[in-house]
Design a protein around this ligand. Structure first.
Ligand code: ATP
Length: 380
């Protein structure tokens, strides 16, 4: 973990025009009968990238993985791996392995036999199998469990056996379909870091499918957000969160407030927006919005300050309301503030100290305020 941040910060091949993608989906469509599960989708993944496919149930995530693994072929379009068109290449001849959500461990086999299974099938010499299995057991820290059967393990340990088994053959690409779905929250969080460490130490390309946005944000170098078989945005977790490309993405990843409005004026420094609930918004992040156009201003709850005291500069980015709901979550408190027109604004404040210097209670008058770079204008 120590080195993760520094390595990952410099890992941005997608910003390098000379870098060649390792995996490329080119205009891929997949139809089942007359249902289109993946619709003319293009995206690229780089070698050693930890890439996440994020989307609601049924958006086509697993179908993409299955086509890359070779269990399904695209109806149209191409999938390239290291420049080679994968069409017609059977799963076992692709340098790709898939770890399924159910793990599918053999219940009657020991941990080491489970890990050795694929290697035996491949005809690897016995001595080499022994060495490889020992290496894998060390990697996932299960050395002392080698002789146990899956039912004698915890959920987290079973997940690690499945992982060891999927990387034992040293694939170039590991596809993980909801890899942590069966684990409880705390174990999930720990395992996310283990997965990141493992991916780093093996130097593999990981593509993980998840519907859990926090999981995708924690682990991935980049995230593709999918909806109905199409890509909505591909970007780093920070970009997806801070600069969503559309209302859909802003609403899908994290909490957000959306203010409908019209651009009153626009210049190089940003835009002034007349919001439909009476608020005048001044923003530096106006994108391509032009004067007169209808827009949505999106702002995250933690970027809004809530106070019982009226801010000094109250002509822009300030609104008066009433505390409508409070949820104390330990590390932070969520306040819902109802504005004069009935619009409820979500805000959240970190509880950095144990006692607040501005305690707010239900039905209190309160002011919300935010800075000009706190939100973004979305055109679509
Ligand atoms: P989940 O998170 O629920 O696993 P997903 O995003 O992985 O969802 P897919 O499994 O890729 O979704 O399925 C995409 C769509 O294609 C779904 O509407 C599904 O019903 C449909 N689909 C998938 N496989 C088939 C199939 N073999 N025949 C018909 N329809 C299918």
């Amino acid at each position: 973990m120590k080195s993760l941040g520094s390595i990952r910060r410099s890992f941005t091949p997608w910003n390098d025009p000379a870098a060649k993608p390792y995996i490329a989906f080119e205009n891929v469509t997949k139809r089942f009968g007359d249902f289109t599960a993946v619709n003319n989708l293009s995206l690229t993944v780089f070698e050693r990238e930890f890439f996440a496919l994020l989307g609601a149930s049924g958006c086509g995530k697993s179908t993409l993985l299955r086509m890359l693994a070779g269990f399904d072929e695209p109806t149209a379009g191409r999938i390239l791996l290291d420049g080679q068109d994968l069409r017609g290449i059977p799963p076992y001849r692709r340098p790709v392995n898939m770890m399924f959500q159910s793990y599918a461990l053999f219940p009657h086999m020991t941990v080491e036999a489970n890990i050795a299974f694929g290697l035996k099938q491949e005809g690897m010499p016995k001595a080499e199998i022994g060495t490889r299995v020992a290496e894998m057991l060390r990697l996932v820290k299960l050395e002392q469990f080698a002789k146990r059967k899956p039912h004698q393990l915890s959920g987290g340990q079973r997940q690690r056996v499945a992982l060891a088994r999927s990387v034992a053959k040293r694939p170039k690409v590991l596809l993980l379909d909801e890899p942590l779905g069966a684990l409880d929250k705390k174990l999930r969080e720990e395992t996310q870091f283990e997965l990141m460490d493992l991916q780093q130490s093996l130097g593999l390309t990981f593509i993980v499918v998840t519907h859990d946005q926090e999981e995708a944000m924690t682990m991935a170098d980049r995230i593709a957000i999918l909806d109905k078989g199409e890509v909505m945005q591909v970007a780093t977790p920070a970009e997806v969160y801070e600069a969503p490309s559309s209302r859909f993405v802003a609403g899908f990843v994290g909490n957000v407030n959306m203010f409908e409005g019209t651009v009153a004026s626009r210049d190089d420094s940003g835009a002034r927006i007349a919001s439909s609930n009476g608020l005048t918004i001044m923003t530096k992040n106006a994108g391509a919005a032009s004067a007169g156009s209808p827009v949505v201003f999106a702002i995250r709850p933690e970027k809004i300050k809530v106070s019982s005291r009226k801010p000094a500069n109250d002509d822009v980015n300030v609104a008066e309301g009433e505390i409508y709901d409070i949820a104390y979550l330990g590390d932070m408190t969520v306040y819902h503030v109802k504005l004069a027109d009935g619009h409820v604004v979500k805000t959240s404040s970190l509880n950095a100290s144990r006692i607040s210097d501005d305690p707010l209670s239900w039905n209190d008058r309160a002011w919300i305020s935010f800075s000009p770079d706190a939100g973004v204008v979305l055109a679509k």
